[in-house]
Design a protein around this ligand. Structure first.
Ligand SMILES: *[C@@H]1O[C@H](CO)[C@@H](O)[C@H](O)[C@H]1NC(C)=O
Ligand SMILES: *[C@@H]1O[C@H](CO)[C@@H](O)[C@H](O)[C@H]1NC(C)=O
Ligand SMILES: *[C@@H]1O[C@H](CO)[C@@H](O)[C@H](O)[C@H]1NC(C)=O
Length: 460
């Protein structure tokens, strides 16, 4: 067994680097008094195509709940704690060793968001330079601990950091923020971390329904909006991303640029009376398209080949959030786990049903005690999956007859399905340790039985 595991590692280590593995991220805010326990949330997300979760703090219950789930987590330093971490690396080290260290490596923490919209929030109390210093201190701590390649340090901005966002090619950061943005972008470029932006076409539409085309705001395929540099935009989100891209380029980093990640985007299902934009139908349309977009490898007009990582806002309606009605109604799910509207987050080979069940329905089927299976992540790289399949059915010793022609699991004749079958068999054979379901990051432990029809996924 030890020898086959080593073989697997060697084999998988020699594969070509990952190409774009698109996945869907979600923001998991917890300002509500009716939300399910983190443990339930983690279990339930495992049966969806969501495999990245961003939170707004370092809630230990959440960090614990996501251990060994195959779901990546982005944790955050709250705005009020940024100044503390900026004082020196020992303050940053204290924060890291208290809040994050106890949970790794079992919990896959891939980034730390330092503050949230820090530069455009509460300017009287927050100091821009503290943000940069805090990011540098945290990065220094990660370097000391040899964790800087796994855990990236970044900070999500609001679109309000831009002086103007139209036309996209002419966009720049607000003049007062130029110095701090220069430091931040330099830091991100040096450390290979993404530039994060929270982008909400909803607000632009809501505030100017007469001038903004709804289809353009709803991430549709609207009549093109022309940029003087020749780019044509069919939806506002692309234009917003390219506005940020132009502002970054205008800082003069030339070819040393950074990847842009949409750290938040979404559409509320309910707003103030008279808000005709915030409806369940529009929310469903926008978020369905957003999830599709997250899974595609599509870029924007200025950078068509660069796929964009996206975190949907948000997992739950948060009934204790302050502000207007819409603020409490961005959720895909209600606090009780029912869906606010029907958004398809199903992942055929993560779940036995392959349907479009809401959390409420999953809860009963999810609570089946210690039954666990291993399957391929929804958007795992095909080259890696092929190597996993070849290994498992060869030196790995898995009996793969069921996925060969005339076997019960031959249909669907898809690499992803066949790899899932083989990965599960391997995982079951080797004692169901989470590391036996890693497969170079392509495996996912699930609590839902992936079996279908006469195709049975074995259990230990
Ligand atoms: C920073 O926070 C830590 C832990 O909460 C605390 O012990 C320390 O006194 C704080 N330092 C400053 C400068 O506020
Ligand atoms: C968008 O609409 C145009 C014109 O109607 C069409 O040519 C194009 O294929 C559409 N693009 C997508 C992605 O549907
Ligand atoms: C980036 O620009 C520098 C200086 O202009 C140049 O030397 C370098 O080759 C460029 N790198 C790439 C990858 O284009």
């Amino acid at each position: 067994m030890a020898i086959t595991s080593v073989l697997a590692l060697l084999l998988l280590a020699t594969l070509s680097p990952f190409s774009n593995v698109s996945a869907v991220g979600v923001n998991y805010g917890t300002i509500g008094n009716n939300l399910p326990s983190p443990k339930k949330v983690a279990q339930l997300l495992q049966s969806t195509l969501i495999d990245k979760v961003k939170i707004y703090d370092t809630n230990p219950e959440i960090l614990e709940a996501f251990s060994n789930t195959g779901i990546d987590l982005i944790v955050a330093v709250e705005n009020y704690h940024v100044a503390n971490i900026s004082t020196d690396t020992s303050a940053a080290d204290e924060w890291f060793s208290d809040r994050v260290m106890p949970f790794i490596p079992a919990t896959s923490i891939v980034a730390i968001a330092v503050g949230n919209e820090y530069l455009t929030t509460d300017p009287d109390h927050l100091k821009p330079n503290a943000l940069v210093q805090a990011m540098q201190n945290l990065h220094a701590v990660l370097v000391q601990r040899g964790l800087d390649r796994k855990i990236k340090v970044t900070t999500p901005h609001s679109m309000a950091v831009l002086a103007s966002s139209f036309p996209p090619s002419a966009s720049t950061f607000a003049t007062t923020l130029m110095p701090v943005m220069t430091s931040i972008v330099g830091f991100l470029a040096d450390t290979g971390a993404p530039f994060m932006v929270n982008a909400y076409p909803y607000f632009a539409y809501r505030d100017n329904p007469g001038t903004v085309d709804l289809e353009y705001a709803l991430l549709g395929n609207a009549t093109g909006v022309h940029d003087p540099k020749g780019y044509v935009y069919h939806n506002m989100l692309d234009a917003q991303v390219d506005a940020v891209r132009s502002a970054v380029v205008a800082l003069g980093f030339g070819n040393r640029t950074v990847k842009i990640t949409i750290s938040e985007s979404g559409w509320p299902s309910k707003g103030e009376s008279g808000d005709t934009a915030a409806t369940p139908d529009h929310a469903k349309t926008y978020n369905t398209r957003l999830v599709e977009r997250a899974q595609s490898s599509k870029g924007t007009p200025m950078s068509p080949k660069e796929s964009i990582e996206i975190f949907v806002f948000a997992l739950f309606n948060e009934n204790k959030k302050e502000g207007g009605v819409s603020e409490r109604n961005f959720g895909i799910f209600n606090g009780d786990g029912s869906k606010v509207y029907d958004l398809d987050l199903s992942c055929q080979f993560c779940s036995g049903n392959g349907g479009t069940l809401g959390f409420g329905e999953k809860m009963s089927s999810g609570l089946r005690g210690p039954s666990v299976w291993c399957v391929a992540k929804p958007h795992a790289d095909e080259k890696v999956l092929q190597a996993v399949l070849d290994f498992s059915c060869g030196p790995g010793g898995v009996d793969c007859r069921e996925i060969y022609e005339s076997g019960a699991c031959f249909v669907p004749d898809k690499l992803h399905a066949h790899a899932s079958y083989a990965m599960n068999a391997y995982y079951q054979m080797h004692g169901r340790n989470y590391w036996n379901c890693d497969f170079k990051g392509t495996g996912l432990v699930t609590f839902s039985d992936p079996s279908y029809g006469t195709c049975r996924y074995s259990q230990q």
